[in-house]
Write a protein that binds this ligand. Sequence first.
Ligand code: SAM
Ligand code: SF4
Length: 332
Amino acid sequence: MVRAKPLRDNFGRLIDYMRISVTDRCNLRCTYCMPDGVQLVPAKQILTFEEIVDVCRAAAKLGIRKIKITGGEPLVRRGCPSLIGRIKEITGVEQVTLTTNGILLGEYLDALLDNGLDAVNISLDTLDADRYRKMTGCGELSFVLESLDRAVKSRLRVKINSVLQKGINDREWDDLAKLAQNRPVDVRFIEIMPIGCGKRYETVSGDEVLAALRGKYHATERELSVHGNGPAVYYRIPGFMGSIGFISAVHGKFCDSCNRIRMTAEGELKPCLCYGESIDMREILRSSISEEVRDDKVCEAICGAVRQKPAMHCFESKEQISEDRQMVQIGG
Ligand code: SAM
Ligand code: SF4
């Protein structure tokens, strides 16, 4: 295979990762994401699997190697595992991973494995069943814990994403970290970003959690090996099977190493999570032009989104954030 020249943005950053939202629907109502639901986009306006695969094919030609399927909750969209299988078959795509709240993961795990899923991120903010129900609007914690253990047993690479909220679940940092003690999973603490309902919450800084971790586990050491596609900084605790990661978007600006673009379920290609700018892929995909011209235009649009990537986000000055939708509508 002839490899595409690496795709770089105007700041020299290598862009080889794309996050694709496949739905704006979700079976939970997390307080900082979509506590009251959202105005759903009519199904016709959501990209079809064929359209998503076409975008992935163009992206792979240009140098995108890793694709993350997200949402809303991606597993509520029927056929999600088969979409993953189709993307896995694209020449140039090296890795397809999934972000899920884990509620339906147990049900779809076999199909996801059959379709070649490379890894899964499970979002889990509390280990208290009542608190889980409150924080997610309706979720049943036992489903997520069972899914987690089944996924680990199946030897799928698993990461747990935890968002800590001041005064709500922040005292659980140690219980959550301990999920990595006897399981080969990484637990990552994510700072709440001021996007959508996230603006209403005060984030717990990654540094605070790291200090607490170091206070309890004195031999905690920075780990330099690469764990995935993102900006997490990892630490090892002696005796733990997995590592503890920090994604500190607010307090630790990691834009220098940004490697991604993202596409919403409606086909808007976003250069950066923080700003409202996007390129309408659906219009291109559905225009009456020849397949060849359309493919060229899709490639041009992807290059355009990469070129438009800003140097950095502006989460620290909220008045400059021009993205006003909820995370679930963008694709977290
Ligand atoms: N439903 C799936 C899930 O929960 O994993 C995928 C979509 S969800 C939007 C992806 C991730 O975004 C979750 O881990 C969630 O905790 C996180 N998230 C949502 N809103 C956020 C915010 N304002 N700041 C930081 N993370 C957020
Ligand atoms: Fe749904 Fe994920 Fe948002 Fe929670 S964080 S409401 S599970 S999309």
